[in-house]
Design a protein around this ligand. Structure first.
Ligand code: NAP
Length: 511
């Protein structure tokens, strides 16, 4: 019975490639084709997928204002794959891959450019059953997105036989109102099932695995509620700063850049109820319910249970690191936060009384993303005073840099009479399955080609997520920080982030 409702993609044995046969020919149009995302992620991903023979009969068109011809675009993408791919392109593979790349120069608001684009798509694409599968990838800054969507809609011809999908990158809007406006615009041009709002965190193997761990193991699912769980912690720490993206970050800040999307998605994966099945909409329904159950925060709550930070100069090892305000493109008196810590509550029967502590920031001591689920202590006095220092059981899901699951529990230390010692039982994906973890873009691009929306964010979720963070952004805009910069680069954020959890008698586990 189960097998009938579970998507067979999810039933593959562990470690089997997710590529392989079954990928139909397609044409991907990358708007902003010569930009950073295209060079750093999209081209190396497509090249890697092509190398695994997952892709056949495909073509890629870079679209942008740059004055490039096909040969110059191919040369530039070969360089990008050399720089950002796993290994330099191999001649034989490159010859087949490179010839599938085209570039079309044009302005994003010029109708004639879109007509030329349609002609090019028709000329170079492989048809399936008389139609062409086209994926528009919007790899452009958000302010350019509306014009492109509008122009695709206006220049579309009814009889051209295109089966279209569109991938939209984060940030998806700047707040609830702009996200709704963008959703309305997108749905004038595409049906919801053609729209792939990407959050690359959802493509990470360990993030997907949260659902498998929860729903396929009696040992965990039985305990996954407020009777047994004391609290949940989520840390998404970046060692890097803003990497020459100062002007982008000045418009975004940590709440828009990380909390509204990655952090809330992680909360939903941990907190959602079991879906009816593993089809995209069943999973997305459950996540949306969680976003709607997150307790709304008011000004008083934000002031007492949320912490903002901005890094000043500091050291990593012997290297001196500039503060945020010294970065290129950043105002000398910028009040943009680069660190967030906060406590969320989910008001439903499963989670009532279980706080979710989250923490994310730039220029922290190391790159690590981790979810820690701490269980309640046993009400036991069996071991006398040892009970007072006994470590609680913690399930730790490490998402990056290495995908890992660990369970902390207590044993008697050898050769002692009753000395309790906490140990971690660990499962490392790489060692256990002897396979590399697929980069998230690879999985999500393949899913989009195949038409699987599970790992993409639906319109209602996006808007509900903005509703959670909008009050925080507004509150922090209306009352400027008086202590920025308040943490040194290379440290775990402002002292207030420690106090936030310690005042509840708990402590950050990741570190
Ligand atoms: N870069 C990443 O690693 C990364 C990761 C996650 C998400 N994203 C998201 O992906 C999208 C694209 O990011 P990106 O880093 O590739 O951006 P980008 O390099 O700044 O811009 C991409 C391309 O967009 C075109 N463009 C059109 N109007 C522009 C304007 N007003 N200003 C600048 N460029 C303009 C440019 O190409 P032409 O001049 O040829 O038109 C440019 O090369 C953004 O939404 C970003 O948040 C990026």
């Amino acid at each position: 019975m189960e097998a009938e409702i579970i998507d067979s993609r999810f039933l593959r044995p562990c470690g089997e490639e997710t590529g392989g046969a079954g990928v139909l020919p397609f044409t991907m149009v990358i708007f902003g084709g010569s930009g950073d995302l295209s060079r750093r992620k999209l081209m190396p991903t497509l090249y890697h997928l092509h190398g695994k023979e997952s892709l056949d009969g495909f073509t890629v068109i870079g679209f942008g204002r740059h004055d490039l011809d096909d040969e110059a675009f191919r040369g530039s993408m070969k360089k990008a794959i050399t720089e950002f791919g796993d290994e330099p392109p191999d001649d034989t593979q490159w010859n087949d891959f490179g010839r599938r790349l085209y570039f079309l120069s044009g302005d994003y608001e010029d109708d004639a450019a879109y007509r030329r684009l349609l002609e090019l798509i028709e000329r170079i694409s492989v048809r399936t059953g008389g139609a062409i599968d086209v994926i528009y990838y919007l790899a452009v800054p958000p302010e350019v997105v509306p014009a492109i969507v509008e122009k695709i809609r206006q220049n579309r011809r009814d009889n051209e036989g295109l089966r279209e999908k569109i991938i939209v990158e984060k940030p998806f809007g700047r707040d609830r109102a702009s996200a709704s406006a963008l959703n309305r615009l997108l749905t004038t041009a595409f049906r919801e099932e053609q729209i792939y709002r990407i959050d690359h965190y959802l493509g990470k193997e360990t993030v997907q695995n949260i659902l498998f761990l929860r729903f396929s193991n009696a040992i965990f699912e039985q305990l996954w509620n407020n009777r047994h769980i004391d609290h949940v912690q989520i840390t998404v720490a970046e060692e890097i700063g803003i990497e020459h993206r100062g002007s982008f970050y000045e418009q975004a800040g940590v709440v828009r850049d990380m909390v509204q999307n990655h952090i809330l998605q992680l909360i939903a994966m941990v907190a959602m109820e079991p879906p009816v099945g593993f089809q995209a909409d069943f999973i997305r329904d459950e996540k949306t319910k969680i976003f709607r159950s997150v307790r709304p925060v008011d000004r008083k709550y934000i002031d007492t249970s949320m912490v903002r930070g901005q890094y000043g100069k500091g050291m990593t090892g012997t290297e001196e690191i500039a503060g945020y305000r010294q970065e290129e493109g950043v105002a000398k008196d910028s009040c943009i936060p680069t660190f967030f810590a906060g406590k969320f509550h989910i008001d439903n029967l499963r989670w009532a009384g279980v706080p979710f502590y989250v923490r994310t920031g730039k220029r922290l001591p190391k790159r690590i993303s981790e979810i820690c689920i701490q269980l309640r202590q046993l009400p036991l006095r069996l071991f006398g005073h040892t009970c007072d220092v006994m470590e609680p059981n913690v399930l730790i899901l490490t998402i990056q840099p290495d995908a890992r699951i660990s369970l902390r529990f207590n044993v008697q230390y050898p050769h002692t009479a009753g000395q309790i010692h906490a140990v971690d039982m660990k499962l490392g994906y790489r060692e256990t399955f002897r396979t590399a973890i697929h980069p998230s873009y690879e999985r999500q691009i393949l899913d989009c080609i195949r038409g699987d929306l599970t790992l993409f964010v639906r319109q209602d979720s996006i808007e509900a997520m903005w509703e959670i963070v909008d009050p925080v952004i507004s509150r922090w805009n209306e009352c400027g920080p008086d202590d920025f910069p308040n943490y040194a680069a290379g440290t775990w954020g402002p002292e207030a982030a420690k106090r936030l959890i310690e005042q509840d008698g708990r402590r950050w586990i990741t570190g």
